[in-house]
Design a protein around this ligand. Structure first.
Ligand code: AQP
Length: 324
C-alpha cells in the first residue's frame, strides 16, 4: 500500500469545508492506503491563540475526525508536537528551501494580511514544516483542499532539492483533490475558514445551523422574492450539490431562475439535508467526547507508531548529510 499523509489544524471548529474538501476523501481512501492523519498543533501556533484552549481543541479535532469516519483501527491519528522529528526535519529542509519560493506562497500573503500585528517567521516557514510532516513518513499521497496545493508543489520541490544535494531519500508527494476542493464561506466572500466565522461546524446544533443558513448570502442580485436568481453564482447552490438529492438540485436549478422558489424555501431544503447528513456525526462525536481519556490514548498510540517511522527516516537523513 502507498503511504498517505494529511493534517488538520486545531485552530477552531472543524467545518463542512474541511469535511467536503479533505476529511470525506480521507475516509474514502482509508482502506486503499497506509494512512497517517495528523493534528498539526505546531502549525496552529503560528497565529495568536489562547493556550488554555489548545488542549480541548486538539481533543475535539480528534473526536470530530473519528466521528466523521477516521476509524483509529484502520489509520494512525496523532498530534504533530508529540513527534519532534517533524520540527527537526523542518530545520534541515529550511536549508534547502529558497526564500523566494516561500515569498510566493498565497497562504502566507493572506495570513499576513489577516494578522498584520503578528507576521512571524513561523508563519513564513509554515510550508517547510508541512513538507517535513509529509516527507518524514515518505508519504506519496496527500489529500487536501485547493488552498494547500501550492504548499504540496513546494514540498515536491523541497524533496527534489534535498535528494539532488544529499542523495535519493524522499519520494515525490502528490496532492489529491476531492470533488469539492474549495467550499466558500456562508458570507459568500472567501473560502470557508475556521478563523473567519463564516463556517458551519461538523457538530453544530440544528438551531445554530438554521441561524447561520437563514442569514447566509445567496445570489446578491436577487433582492426581492420575485427577482429571478442565478444558481451558478449562489454559494448555497454549491452546498445543495453536496447535500441534496438530484431531484431537489434539478428543481432548485430550474425554479430559482424563474423565481418560483424563494431563497427561504431553498434554504429550508438545504437545512433539512445538512441536518440529516450531520446528525450521525454529531451523535457519535457527543458519545466520544464523554471519554476524553480514550481519545488521548488513541493519540498517544498513534504518536508511538509515528515516532518509530520518523526516527528511521531521520537516521537516514543524518547519515546522508554527514551528521552522524
Ligand atoms: N473551504 C474549504 N474548502 C475545501 N477544503 C478546505 N480545507 C480548508 N478549508 C477548506 C481543507 O481542509 C484541510 C484541513 O484544513 P486546515 O485546518 O489544515 O487548514 P486551513 O486550510 O487553514 O483551514 P481553515 O479552516 O481555513 O483554518 P484557518 O482559518 O485556521 O486557516 C486542508 O486540506 C484544507 O485544504
Amino acid at each position: 500500500k502507498k503511504r498517505l499523509f494529511s493534517g488538520i489544524q486545531p485552530s477552531g471548529e472543524v467545518h463542512i469545508g474541511n469535511y467536503l474538501g479533505a476529511i470525506k476523501n480521507w475516509v474514502g481512501m482509508i482502506d486503499r492506503y497506509d494512512c497517517i492523519f495528523c493534528i498539526v498543533d505546531y502549525h496552529a501556533i503560528t497565529v495568536e491563540y489562547d493556550p488554555k484552549e489548545m488542549q480541548n481543541r486538539i481533543i475535539n479535532a480528534a473526536a470530530v475526525n473519528i466521528a466523521a469516519g477516521l476509524d483509529p483501527n484502520k489509520c494512525i491519528l496523532f498530534v504533530q508536537s508529540h513527534v519532534p522529528e517533524h520540527t527537526e526535519l523542518a530545520w534541515i529542509l529550511n536549508t534547502v528551501t529558497p526564500m523566494g519560493h516561500l515569498e510566493r506562497m498565497t497562504q502566507f500573503k493572506d495570513k499576513a494580511k489577516q494578522h498584520r500585528d503578528n507576521i512571524n517567521a513561523g508563519l513564513f516557514t509554515y510550508p517547510v514544516l508541512q513538507a517535513a510532516d509529509i516527507l518524514v513518513y515518505k508519504a506519496e499521497a496527500v489529500p487536501i483542499g485547493e488552498d494547500q496545493v501550492q504548499h504540496i508543489e513546494l514540498a515536491r520541490e523541497i524533496a527534489r532539492k534535498f535528494n539532488s544535494r544529499y542523495g535519493e531519500i524522499f519520494p515525490d508527494p502528490k496532492e489529491i483533490l476531492s470533488d469539492a476542493p474549495r467550499i466558500m464561506g456562508i458570507d459568500g466572500k472567501t473560502k470557508m475558514s475556521k478563523s473567519r466565522d463564516n463556517y458551519i461546524s461538523l457538530v453544530e446544533s440544528s438551531e445554530s445551523i438554521w441561524k447561520k443558513l437563514s442569514t447566509a448570502v445567496t445570489d446578491e442580485n436577487r433582492k426581492r422574492r420575485t427577482d429571478p436568481g442565478n444558481p451558478e453564482i449562489c454559494n448555497l447552490f454549491t452546498l445543495h450539490k453536496h447535500y441534496s438529492s438530484i431531484e431537489q438540485i434539478e428543481r432548485i436549478n430550474r425554479e430559482c431562475r424563474t423565481a418560483e422558489i424563494g431563497c427561504v424555501e431553498c434554504k429550508k431544503i438545504l437545512y433539512e439535508n445538512i441536518i440529516k447528513a450531520l446528525s450521525p456525526i454529531r451523535e457519535k462525536y457527543e458519545e466520544l467526547i464523554k471519554d476524553k481519556h480514550s481519545i488521548i490514548d488513541i493519540l498517544h498510540e498513534g504518536a508511538k507508531k509515528c515516532k518509530n517511522m520518523a526516527e528511521i527516516t531521520m537516521a537516514e537523513v543524518r547519515r546522508q548529510m554527514g551528521l552522524t
